[in-house]
Structures are given as C-alpha cells and as structure tokens.
Design a protein around this ligand. Structure first.
Ligand code: AHR
Length: 664
C-alpha cells in the first residue's frame, strides 16, 4: 500500500471536517411562556381488543364463565375423568340459569367413588395463574339432582394433574340454583400459568352450573376488580384520563353488538355479555360502565366517556332525527349514571350498584372515527343532535366530535397511526403549523406501529418525537392517548399489531414505547418554554413505494419510487414547573452515534450545575422488551453534573432523555 503523504493526510482531514455536521444548539428562553401544558395532556385510551379486559386487566380467571361464548359447545371447559371415573358434560338449554343465560353446564357423573372421580375443568385465559401463598375467591352458582350426594371439590390443578395448588369443598348442593362462595389458598408453589380450575366429585349424580368465577386478589381489593400488576404499570404513567369504551368496540359491527352500557351494569351474573364482533371474540362485560369508572377512581383519572352515536362499523347507521332520539336518550341516561345524584333515576341505580357518590365528568365523545361512515352528512346530523341534547341538559360538559363538522364542536378527536419516519419527518411538526387561536384537539389514538405484539425502540423513538410535538403544542392538543394500550401475548391473543403493554395470565411488561410514554407523562412542567434551535441534524430516508389497497390488483405500471427525504434525527421540547422552577428538557436522539448538544438557557438568574437525567436508550432501534425479556430496555435515572445556563451534553445513540434542571 502507498504510504500517506502529508498532503494526502490534510486532504483526508478536510473531507471528514466537511462531512461532519455542526454541533446542534438549543436556546431555551426560560423567562417566557410559549404555551400552557394542558393538565389533561397525557391519558390512556382503552377498549376490548387483544384480550384487554377478559384475559387482560380484568382479573377474572375463568373463561366462558356463563357458558354463553358458544351456543352449542361449552368452549374452554373440558370433561375430567380420573381413575376410571366417568361422566358427560353438555350445555343444557332445558335448565337455564337465569333470564340472560339461557343454558347451564350439565355434568352427569355416571361412575365415581372416592378417588374415582368425574368433573369439569376450565382452562382460563391461556392458563390459570398460580402465585405463591395467594388467596383466590371462587363463586359458583350450582344445583344438583336428588341422586347427587356430594361433596364437590374445587381446585386449581396443574395441567398434567400432578400438583393441586389449592383446594376447597362444597359439602352439599341444593336442588335449586344457589350461590356458593369459597376461598382457595395456594401454598409456597413457584408462580405458574400451566394450570386449570377443576370442579369434580367422587359420587354419581347430576350437577348443573350456571356461573363459575375465580378471582385472585385485585388492585385496592376491589370485588370484580383489576389485576394489580397491570394497574401498577398504569399508575406509574400518572394518566390524567381514561378514554373508554372504544374505539371500534364502542360501535360494534352492528347496532346489536355495540357497547350497550345498560347491559354492563349490576350483578355480574345478570350481565348477558356480548359478541365483540369488532375484534371477533366474546366479551363477558365484567368490565362494565361502573368498573371503568372505578378504574378511573383507583388511578385518579378523569373519565372521557365515549357514547354510542348511531353508527356501527358495517355501514349501519341510524338516521338523525326521530330515529336517533332513543340513542340520544341512552347517552343522556349514561351521563346521568356517571354524574347524577341519588335523587336521579340513573344516579340512584349507580348507588344501588355500589357507588353512591357521583363521578366527575367533563368530556363526552360522540362516537368513534365517524369519518368511516360513508353516508354524506350522516355524522354532521347525528353529531349536532347529540351535541344540542347534551349541552341542553349538561351545559358544563365539553363535547368531542370524531371528525370535522360544520356544527361547532368543543374538541376534535384526531387519530394518527404511523411508522417511525413518518412521525419524525412530518407529523412531529404538524401542530407547529396549525393557526392560532385554533380548534382544540384530542389525539384520542396514536402510535408508531413498529414491532409486534409490542413496539420496539424504533417505535419508542417515533413516539417520543411525536410527543415532543404534542407537548410543545399543548395549547391546541389538550389530550392524547396511545392506542391500543394492551395485548395478551399468547398465540391468538393479538388482533392488532403494536400495543403498549403486553402480558400473559401471570406477568406483564412495558414496551420501550411504554417507558417513553411514562417518562413524558410523569415528567413535565405546566408551561412550554420557547426554544430556538440551530444545526438540527438530519439523515436520508427512502420512503416505501405506495402499496396497493388490500384486495385491489397491483397497478400495470408500478408507481414511481418516492423521492429520498431528509429526516431530522433530533427532537426536543422544554417545559417548566412554574411553582418549583424545575425545567424539563426532553431530547430524542434517533442517530446511531452519540450527539453532543450545546444548551443555552436565558431568562433566569441561574441554573444549577447538578440535575437529573432519565434516559432510555438501545444498541439498535430493533431492540425491544418481551414477556421473556421484560426489562431489556428500561429508563435509567442518574444524578448529573455540569449543567447550568450554558453547557454541552452528549446524548447517547437511539435515546430518549428527560433532563431535569433547577432554575432560579
Ligand atoms: O386502536 C385500534 C382501532 O383503531 C380502534 O378501535 C379504532 O378506533 C381505530 O381504527
């Protein structure tokens, strides 16, 4: 190889200097306020998708607890025959349990004696969770014929039958439907999910079951409550609100399969449940209107109540005018159930259901994504009818529309599902360009859709870029909620790719995007500080060629490849807590190299040299968390030095940082 001369060395150095991008500078004016940060900015959105409630946050362990999931077969129930005990199991429509449960599960034990047993078993939502020294509450509605002398044994048993983790007995069954409550306590067993719930007997006869339920301890020990592990993850996000019950789940594919709130309240054994045809699985409606509200209460969130607005996904709509009136009334009654005093009809019903005090409600959303309603003017008419009726009865409420309408709206719900580069190239600056004063926006669903079942670091970086934009423009964007929130990671659990929090029956984990959200949501001030930037670095990105719509043939001439775009690799926003003086500088570095940044803060007497940095970073944008590796990427909090009103700090590759500084 030819040795390098002094001249060629100089030329090489110049080439490198020429290629390097100048150091970015962020000039923060902490003496001014660019906008107020809406206290409602960060919330959560939820619906029954990906087994979010049944098989998710709702702690019920028994699947198909009222045997309605399938009209012909008792799905998720199996016949148990041990040591040559024999029996049969079938749905029995001749012995209905109650008005809303038209069949029961009939167990006929033909041969049994002592250890020779027959019974039924439920396999739960991909297993029954066993945790050591834990108290489970079972509730069983059953009856027996005169031939059956009992007892019935109720147990949590490993799938291979080798280990009985907990057991209890029902000594004698009545000939009429009766409720039996039992406690089962596990021993010191290691946590496991490969278990089922077994009800068996060692004597012949016939037993009918109308309803079978099993709950582990719940968050705040609420009866019919939520899983503690998932609630704790949510609590760490400090969400300001909960948007429920959907999403598509609110609408259903038909009017009959909408979220019909009146069928979701009261005694759980009298709730019919319904086919969640939006996401193609059965919903027990154990997570009903009151449970949503109590979920809000437990996490100090405000409810954002979405009411059914006369449109279902299969292009089924109720014409506005007199036909729509019953649905408007249904919504007004729903609001009364939430907010009414004990002297109102529906407030009294809520009290009877166990919650005498009314809930605080400020926001009601009319429908969901009504832009999909293909009939011209349909939403226009439906929205204005709902709006007028709601405002007439509840003038204090803010009414949210799901699209632009000619009729005035208080807030518009906008949804953004994008890839990482889309969020970084255009969308993160979307609201910077909106005119002021402008229409208030609720970004009711959004996500960077990269990674499944939960987002990877690339998605978290896209999300963080987008959140800097929403936070900076929080005078317009008053609320936002990532969607979907949950996924059961078992095979068949996921209907929608890319979901914030994953779990199985035993454990749960936050995706990198969850951690990004948590960092943003739990760390911000109440005012946005103006920032001027210089030398914001970029990278080149080749957008993918547009794909033909699903079901349409590929075009004869392929569409031209879109031009290469320059995409920023640095995103930022600064807020300040006007009471404590803390400055929160959020910096997202999407580059594969560390990024030194000069930060200059004006408008304050001084900024302390010591502060705190919370950083989420990865070796690759493809890195992620999973049920087996739940903590691969988690934020790291460190005390840092060298801050002040003028400093340079290096931000790691593929990182999201919240820098907390004290200013005076
Ligand atoms: O979040 C998943 C779905 O996306 C929601 O149900 C719907 O509103 C949107 O289209």
């Amino acid at each position: 190889m030819k040795p390098l001369t002094t001249l060629s060395l100089c030329a090489l150095t110049l080439m490198f200097i020429g290629a390097a991008q100048a150091q970015p500078v962020l000039r923060i004016n902490a003496g001014e306020v660019a906008a107020r940060v809406s206290p409602m900015l960060y919330g959560i959105m939820t619906e029954e998708i990906n087994y979010s409630y049944d098989g998710g946050i709702y702690a019920e362990q028994i699947r198909n607890r009222n045997f309605k999931e399938d009209a012909k077969d008792p799905v998720h129930w199996q016949l148990v025959e041990e040591r040559r005990g024999t029996g049969t199991m079938a749905l029995d429509t001749a012995t209905p349990f109650n008005d809303v449960v038209p069949a029961s599960l009939k167990l006929t034990i033909t041969r049994a004696a002592g250890n020779q047993r027959a019974g039924v078993a439920n396999d739960g939502f991909w297993g029954i969770a066993v945790k050591p020294v834990t108290r489970y509450r079972a509730m069983i509605y059953a009856k027996a014929d005169a031939a059956f002398k009992g007892p019935l044994t109720v147990a949590i048993v490993s799938n291979d039958g080798a280990t009985t983790h907990a057991t209890a007995q029902l000594p004698r069954l009545s000939a009429e439907w009766k409720k039996y409550e039992l406690t089962l306590i596990t021993g010191k067993a290691a946590p496991s999910a490969t278990n089922r719930f077994v009800i068996s007997a060692g004597s012949p006869g016939t037993v009918w079951f109308g309803f079978v339920s099993l709950f582990p301890p719940t968050f705040n020990n609420r009866p019919n409550g939520n899983r503690s592990d998932i609630m704790q993850l949510l609590a760490a996000m400090k969400p300001a609100f909960l948007r429920f019950p959907g999403g598509n789940y609110l609408e259903g594919r038909t009017i009959a399969t909408r979220f019909d709130w009146k069928k979701t309240i009261g005694d759980i054994t009298a709730r019919p449940g319904h086919m969640n045809d939006s996401w193609r699985y059965w919903s027990s409606d154990g997570m009903g209107l009151l449970e949503f509200l109590e979920w809000c209460e437990d996490l100090h969130m405000e409810p954002v109540l979405a009411v059914y607005a006369g449109y279902s996904l299969r292009q089924v709509r109720v014409p506005f005018g007199p036909d729509l009136e019953p649905y408007v009334q249904e919504a007004l009654e729903e609001i009364e159930y939430v907010t009414g005093g004990p002297n109102t009809k529906w407030g009294a019903r809520r009290a009877k259901d166990g919650h005498p005090s009314p809930f605080k409600l400020r926001y009601v959303e009319v429908g969901n994504e009504d832009g999909f309603d293909q009939q011209e003017g349909s939403y226009e008419g439906r929205f204005s009818q709902f709006y007028k009726a709601i405002k007439a009865r509840y003038p204090q409420l803010q009414v949210i529309s799901t699209m632009k309408t000619k009729h005035p709206t208080d807030v518009i719900d906008e949804h953004y599902y994008r890839n990482s580069e889309d969020f970084m190239s255009f969308t993160s600056h979307l609201y910077d360009k909106r005119p002021r004063p402008g229409q208030k926006v609720f970004v009711g669903e959004w996500a960077t859709r990269v990674g499944e079942p939960t987002p990877n670091m690339s998605a978290a970086l896209g999300d963080a870029a987008w959140m800097t934009g929403m936070e900076r423009n929080s005078d317009l964007v008053i609320m936002s909620g990532y969607a979907p929130l949950f996924v059961n990671v078992n095979p068949g659990g996921m209907q929608w790719k890319t979901n914030l929090i994953g779990y199985d029956v035993l454990s749960t984990y936050g995706s990198p995007a969850y951690h990004a959200q948590q960092m943003f949501s739990a760390h911000h001030g109440d005012v946005v500080l103006p920032i001027e930037s210089q030398n914001v670095p970029t990278r080149e990105w080749q957008p993918p060629a547009p794909r033909p719509r699903p079901g349409t043939p590929p075009p004869a001439i392929p569409p031209p490849t879109p031009p290469v775009q320059k995409v920023e690799t640095l995103f930022f926003n600064a807020t300040r807590d006007s009471k404590t003086g803390t400055i929160y500088l959020k910096v997202v570095n999407r580059a594969s190299a560390p990024q030194p940044i000069r930060v200059e803060i004006s408008g304050l007497k001084s900024v302390a040299a010591k502060g705190q940095a919370i950083t989420l970073s990865a070796g690759s944008p493809d890195d992620t968390n999973s049920i087996t590796e739940p903590n691969k990427l988690v934020p790291v909090t460190k005390t840092v030095d060298g801050l002040g009103s003028n400093f340079t700090r290096e931000f790691p590759p593929y990182s999201i940082t919240v820098l907390q500084m004290t200013g005076k």
